[in-house]
Design a binder for this molecule. Structure first.
Ligand code: VAH
Length: 319
């Protein structure tokens, strides 16, 4: 039975934008059978390893999966992202927080050895220094998503300090990938733009020109996530969450890079409610703590990401 060390890895929220690629990355590193994918709905893609349907708020259902597959590590990705969370604050808080408590409690009880929980640069708000946002600084989020992620970071640190739980976390910037569809984020314009550029040669951005946001290519995000989880515990000094970013750009800059591949591509702007969310976030992030503690460094910049995205989307049915 393929396992990782003495147990398996469970990814809750495996059908989401990150989960889809994280399961693939974990299975490449540890073997198909060592990683159990799970989500509230059946997977859209053929699974190379075990899959189990579960609601992230169903503790008993999660425990049954842990017992059946001898799970020792959990990556908890289920959450409502920034734009979606604004439509249903109460459920967003419930899902984002109660799912975390279930997993932290299972780790406190010794059922799980290690836990990963994603945070976001959304924990920062309008009072945070926008450029080169430090690892430790003012964090007064103005979105439901950011409030839940800031609170969750506090619980992760508490469970580590009080109970010795080995929980690790990354503050993801906007993530861009071609293998999975984004879901309800404010940075998702940077994914939609590729599909529209290839389909129609034009894109109307819901964020205005000049809206600079920290971003990262999904392959870098997946590698960083697994590298953090595989780092020796004593190297993981930040037990709230690590700042991480690849590169920053605004809609004009990514459009110009796409035009190098699709010369006739045009962008127009029609800002909507997501503009206020984007305006509350940093423009660039200082992730030097991740470099110092566990050797993080991005492999993709804007040009390399755009090149790789277009190459793959042209060749896949995802357009
Ligand atoms: C969102 N993609 O837009 C997420 C991310 C920093 C942004 O957390 O909500």
């Amino acid at each position: 039975m393929g396992t990782k060390n003495d147990g398996r890895v469970l990814v809750i929220g495996s059908s989401g934008q990150i989960g889809t690629e994280l399961v693939e990355g974990l299975r490449e590193r540890f073997g198909d059978d060592a990683v159990v994918a799970s989500d509230i709905k059946e997977p859209q893609v053929e699974q190379a390893g075990p899959f189990a349907m579960v609601d992230a708020l169903d503790r008993r259902g999660i425990e049954r999966i842990i017992e059946k597959y001898e799970v020792k590590e959990v990556y908890l990705l289920a959450a409502l992202l920034s734009a979606t969370a604004e439509k249903d604050p109460a459920y967003a808080w419930k899902l984002n927080m109660e799912s975390l408590f279930i997993i932290l409690e299972l780790a406190r009880e010794g059922v799980l050895k290690k836990v990963y929980w994603p945070s976001s640069i959304a924990v920062f708000g309008p009072s945070t220094p926008k450029d080169g946002t430090p690892q430790h600084t003012v964090a007064e989020p103005t979105t439901v998503y950011g409030i839940s992620k800031l609170a969750g970071e506090g619980w992760c640190q508490y469970y580590h300090q009080r109970y010795g739980v080995d929980v690790r976390s990354i503050r993801y910037p906007g993530l861009i990938g071609w293998k999975s569809a984004p879901g309800g984020g404010t940075t998702d314009y940077a994914v939609h733009i590729f599909h529209e550029a290839l389909k129609s040669g034009r894109y109307t951005s819901f964020l205005k020109a000049g809206t600079v946001l920290p971003m990262m290519y999904m392959p870098d995000a997946i590698r960083a996530t697994i590298d953090l989880m595989e780092a020796p515990s004593e190297r993981v000094r930040e037990r709230r969450s690590y700042n991480l970013a690849g590169f920053s750009f605004d809609p004009e800059q990514i459009a110009a890079e796409i035009q190098r591949h699709i010369p006739g591509f045009t962008i127009t702007y029609s800002p909507d409610h997501r503009q206020a969310i984007a305006d509350s976030w940093p423009s660039s992030i200082d992730d030097s703590a991740a470099l110092a503690d566990w050797g993080w460094s991005p492999q993709f910049d804007l040009a390399a990401m755009v090149d790789d995205m277009i190459t793959h989307l042209k060749g896949s049915a995802n357009v």
